[in-house]
Design a protein around this ligand. Structure first.
Ligand code: HEC
Length: 466
């Protein structure tokens, strides 16, 4: 798995032809989604609800953020009470697809059963204001960076004009840089210029060998992944060395989703070598639909490390174009629901840090677990209701050691029927994995990325939370 055989063609483009809006229509109108919880107050007031809203809604639902309206004040919530109830009891909001009954991660945004029940009861009782004198002041959010002041900032060379045509866009772009010298990176954060419209971003990094590219800052603009085939798209980005070869790629290095803090691992753990000349490759830059013309100008914040990371970040990619095949071959005939698997045996002991399941529009559910040589099962992640719009990179609460010989299993269900709201075709068409270099936007993928470091005794006690 250490092979650096992977070329630039890791198509993490998860473009979509048509996109249903967030979770509307999911679940029934009845109350089966409301957990039965004992000991709720007879009258639920805003004082019970405000802490839930402030912690779990406000990070995205406030001025300038991704949520389509603010959820900050009593009136904000009162106005949206009915839809909010539906989204909360249907587990669509806050968006957190991973099943917290299966495994736990840092920065989880899932509500507890009690919180959901409180929320529903408050709405059902008409949204009582009650006594708010004891409410703590509103939280203050940092501007720009979630991690603090960066050591350097790499801007995209130009801004992107988002037309107000109310459609999703999946762009690829690059943010080239020339640093003072080769050095090391401790953390990278993507900061959207327009948080309302940037829905997600998966980024990688290319590193130019000395003299590999005379003009590493060569401009390229933004390329629509939906209207071009990816081979051409990458070439249009002018990412190659001058001799046409592809520079080394650090895949899946930085992920952005609204409300997600980038992981900041303990000192010495993770981190990358970064060449003097290189570029961040925005492999998918997803703009959500906008009703009016607007502009985005995003950037990357960098934190350097003076010394090489003691335990550098390594990556394992299972599934499509990765280090373990998908079985059976990823071909999904129309009107079928199928299970696909992939398994990988660890040739050495590792400690997992962050994992990232990836599928496209036909994904229905995703499960990953590990089986040790002693036949113990270690749960990794379960997503019961796949939503391609919320593809988080999940960081474990503590480093998760896996011994040599452990088998990592991935099981994913794909739904190519019309019952799948996100199916790009009606009637459905055969979907398959992309051939190397011939990625189409409606191709299906099954990938599981894992960031890890080589195992050291005691790792299980090392916390990754902040
Ligand atoms: C991680 C960011 C995030 C958090 C946290 C979050 N939301 Fe949202 N919410 C969004 C985005 C973005 C949308 C727009 C639809 C989409 O992109 O999925 C949305 C849409 C909604 C909608 C409109 C759904 C529709 O289509 O009509 C409601 C209602 C809602 N959120 C309620 C909540 C409530 C209540 C909470 C807290 C319990 C919450 N949200 C937490 C990001 C968030």
């Amino acid at each position: 798995m250490q092979k650096v055989k992977r070329s630039l063609w890791i198509p993490v483009i998860c473009a979509a032809v048509s996109v249903a809006s967030c979770g509307v229509g999911k679940g029934s109108e009845n109350d089966s989604g409301v957990p039965v919880v004992a000991g709720l107050p007879d009258t639920v007031t805003f004082a019970d609800i405000a802490p839930i809203m402030r912690t779990n809604c406000m990070p995205c639902h406030r001025e300038g953020q991704a949520g389509p309206f603010p959820l900050v004040s009593y009136n904000d919530l009162k106005r949206k009470a009915k839809t909010a109830r539906k989204m909360v009891t249907g587990r669509w909001m806050p968006p957190w697809p991973a099943d917290t009954a299966y495994s736990r991660f840092t920065g989880e945004r899932a509500l507890t059963a009690r919180q959901i029940a409180l929320f529903a009861k408050w709405v059902d009782q008409g949204g009582v204001l009650g006594d708010t004198s004891a409410l703590p002041p509103l939280p203050v959010y940092p501007d720009g960076s979630l991690l603090g002041t960066p050591d350097a900032v790499v801007w995209l060379p130009d801004s992107f004009h988002i037309p107000g045509d109310n459609r999703d866009r999946f762009m690829i772009a690059k943010a080239p840089f020339v640093l003072e010298r080769d050095t090391f990176l401790r953390a990278v954060e993507f900061v959207p210029g327009n948080r309302r419209n940037v829905h997600h971003m998966n980024g990688a990094m290319v590193t130019y060998p000395p003299g590999g590219k005379k003009d590493p800052l060569q401009p390229s603009g933004y390329i629509d992944a939906d209207s071009t085939h990816s081979v051409d798209a990458y070439a249009e980005l002018h990412l190659q060395n001058d001799d046409g070869t592809w520079p080394p790629l650090t895949p899946n290095m930085v992920n952005y989703l609204p409300g997600l803090s980038p992981p900041l691992y303990p000192p010495g753990i993770g981190g990358w070598r970064v060449g003097r000349e290189g570029a961040f490759l925005l492999n998918t830059l997803h703009y959500g639909p906008s009703m009016r013309d607007t502009v985005d100008h995003s950037r990357f914040n960098l934190w350097f490390s003076p010394t090489a990371p003691e335990r550098p970040m390594r990556e394992l990619a299972m599934g499509t174009l990765g280090d373990s095949p998908v079985e059976p071959e990823l071909v999904i005939p129309p009107d079928t629901v199928m299970m696909f698997r992939s398994a990988f045996t660890l040739p050495k002991a590792i400690s997992l840090l962050t994992i990232n399941p990836h599928m496209h529009l036909l994904g229905k559910s995703f499960l990953a677990y590990a089986i040790t040589p002693d036949k113990d099962t270690i749960p990794l992640i379960r997503i019961n209701d796949w939503d391609f719009r919320w593809q988080y990179a999940y960081t474990f609460r503590h480093m998760l050691p896996l011994q040599k010989g452990t088998v990592i299993h991935v099981e994913a269900v794909m739904d190519n029927t019309t019952a799948n709201r996100n199916n790009p075709y009606d009637p459905p068409r055969t979907a398959r994995a992309p051939l190397q270099g011939h990625m189409r936007t409606t191709d299906e993928m099954l990938q599981f990325f894992m960031n890890y470091v080589d195992y050291r005794p005691g790792d299980e006690a090392i916390s990754l939370g902040r």
